[in-house]
Design a protein around this ligand. Structure first.
Ligand code: NDP
Ligand code: 8X3
Length: 254
């Protein structure tokens, strides 16, 4: 590959982000990898640095000042970001709204909405400077499109991600920068362990006896989007495993 290509991945310490780091590295991309768990970032860097240049940033996307300064202080060889993968995110408390702590709703909004917005805002000048071929890949969810019990604020944050992605496209018209809402269905990562605050049995139970998406499946979709011909923009990809579909409407009866 002649042109150096840099991907900036948030939430690279686990799941989709970690799989994307490996997959983009296999294809020769330089990587900026961020997340809160430094030891995991260091292990990832050790695993990948023999293949491609890697810059790690211990970063909580909820801290907008830290986001701004992390982007402003990117080393020169990582400064020309071509693909921003806004992947950091989480769901919490998959129970009815009336039983959820307000703090959990706020954490999801702070991370999935405000964090994603901060990172995007900080990197927009860089991506626009890169121009044709640059991509913003926002990780949404089927939960942003389809309601289900216990999704409450999580699904609403992902609906934000979808509409923000579309709206960004309008403003970025003419810059060459693409924007995609990549919306996966059920995928086996640490997502459910986080959502249930460490209930390994609940997580195992969700994925038991079916074939969920894998982190690798989504990493490959990210790479596909980031390497499309410059003139193509996929607005949204919604992907479910074959073994997931919708339920009928629920009805309250006497
Ligand atoms: P994981 O829990 O495996 O990974 C989540 C990643 O987000 C971790 O690297 C975590 O890093 C990071 N993260 C969480 N909070 C913050 C924060 N405040 N600041 C920085 N990084 C943060 O889950 P997935 O890989 O499954 O999730 C990735 C994305 O995909 C999320 O946005 C999720 O909503 C979405 N998604 C997941 C689906 C699934 O079924 N798994 C389906 C559809 C969408 P750390 O804790 O080190 O900060
Ligand atoms: C996570 C996928 O199916 O739990 O975004 O809503 S699902």
């Amino acid at each position: 590959m002649s042109e150096k290509q840099v991907a900036f991945i948030t939430g690279a310490t686990s799941g989709f982000g970690e799989a994307a780091a490996h997959y983009f590295a296999e294809h020769g991309w330089s990587l900026v990898l961020s997340g809160r768990r430094l030891s995991r970032l260091e292990a990832l860097k050790d695993a990948l640095v023999g293949k491609v240049p890697v810059h790690i940033i211990e970063l909580d996307v909820r801290d907008s000042d830290a986001v701004k300064s992390a982007v402003a202080s990117l080393p020169e060889e990582f400064a020309d970001v071509k693909a921003l993968i806004n992947n950091a995110g989480l769901a919490l408390s998959p129970m009815p709204s009336q039983k959820v702590d307000l703090e959990d709703w706020q954490t999801m909004i702070d991370t999935n909405v405000k964090g994603l917005v901060s990172v995007t805002h900080a990197l927009l000048p860089t991506l626009i400077k890169h121009g044709a071929g640059a991509s913003i890949i926002n990780i949404g969810s089927i939960a942003g499109q389809w309601p289900y019990p216990g999704s409450h604020v999580y699904g609403a944050t992902k609906a934000f991600v979808k509409q923000f992605s579309y709206n960004l496209r309008c403003d970025l018209l003419g810059t060459g920068v693409r924007v995609t809402d990549l919306a996966p269905g059920i995928a086996e990562t640490e997502f459910t362990l986080v959502r249930t605050k460490g209930d390994q049995a609940a997580s195992d139970n969700l994925y038991r006896g079916t074939t969920p998406l894998s982190a690798q499946d989504i990493a490959e979709q990210m790479y596909y989007i980031a390497t499309l011909p410059d003139h193509m923009n996929i607005n949204r990809i919604e992907v479910m495993p074959v073994r997931q579909a919708w339920n009928p409407f629920a009805i309250d009866r006497d």
